[in-house]
Design a protein around this ligand. Structure first.
Ligand code: HEC
Ligand code: HEC
Length: 207
């Protein structure tokens, strides 16, 4: 490469890296975990109890421990905007400002990294998961802040979420495309595979 062009490219890529570093730093610094802990008191009534179930249809409330903070904010915004159904979560999210969402996400993120350990066999879903791992990671720990970790999430919650993208009640264009061709059996096997992996955990309220 011509040295002038090389220098230009190098400066440009440094600038791009700096811009991205700035975005990441501000995303991390955006939330106040102490205020988030106060706001999360209500949330713990469901998310802080192991295996707590949604009434109807019956499936377990998702684990938030070890989940990506940016994704938690995106999910809360979707409930507030109504692009995700669920009356209780819509009501919960409607009462939160953008800053509250950042704070609550920072609180859940402060509870610890996803659990680590050997990847589990997870049944026949492993092969079907090959198309999912580009975003959600080999064993369900995703590679970007806006993509949720799936590892260790409750199996019935994952099934529920996939079914809702498929019937378009969850209005996310990326996931709607991913699930369009899945059968009920595919959904069960994928949920079984990701839920079997070490990762997410239930965050317990502090006493
Ligand atoms: C009455 C029980 C209940 C309460 C209280 C509650 N949640 Fe939820 N939450 C749920 C259920 C059930 C779901 C799954 C909804 C669905 O199927 O989309 C959920 C989903 C979520 C999700 C999406 C998780 C994911 O993996 O996509 C987030 C984030 C969340 N809740 C955060 C909160 C926060 C923050 C609060 C407190 C401000 C809160 N919840 C209060 C029951 C509850
Ligand atoms: C191109 C990236 C991408 C691919 C590939 C992808 N996903 Fe996703 N996935 C996402 C994003 C982004 C979201 C969050 C969507 C939202 O905001 O509701 C998501 C959400 C989900 C959720 C909901 C998680 C929760 O906590 O509620 C499940 C379950 C899921 N994906 C499973 C899968 C499976 C299974 C596959 C493969 C068949 C797959 N995904 C392929 C990007 C991807």
């Amino acid at each position: 490469m011509n040295p002038r062009v090389y220098r230009m490219v190098r400066h440009l890529s440094t600038a791009i890296v700096l811009v991205f570093a700035g975005i990441t730093a501000s995303a991390q610094a955006a939330g106040d975990p102490a205020n988030g802990a106060a706001l999360a008191t209500t949330c713990m009534g469901c998310h802080g109890i192991d295996g707590y179930r949604n009434g109807y249809p019956s499936y377990r409330v998702p684990k938030l421990g070890g989940q990506k903070a940016d994704y938690i904010v995106i999910a809360l915004q979707a409930y507030r905007a109504g692009t995700r159904p669920h009356p209780t979560m819509r009501a919960q999210a409607a009462s939160l400002s953008d800053q509250d969402m950042q704070d609550v996400a920072a609180f859940f993120a402060s509870q610890g990294e996803p659990r680590t350990g050997d990847a589990a066999a997870g049944g026949p879903g492993k092969e079907k998961a090959a198309v999912c791992v580009a975003c959600h990671g080999e064993a369900g720990i995703s590679s970007a802040a806006m993509w949720p970790n799936l590892a260790g999430q409750h199996r019935d919650y994952l099934e529920q979420a996939l079914a809702r993208y498929r019937d378009k009640a969850r209005q996310d264009p990326v996931m709607q495309g991913q699930v369009a061709a899945l059968t009920d059996e595919d959904v069960r096997q994928l949920a079984a595979y990701f839920s079997a992996q070490p990762g997410l955990f239930t965050t317990h309220p502090k006493h």
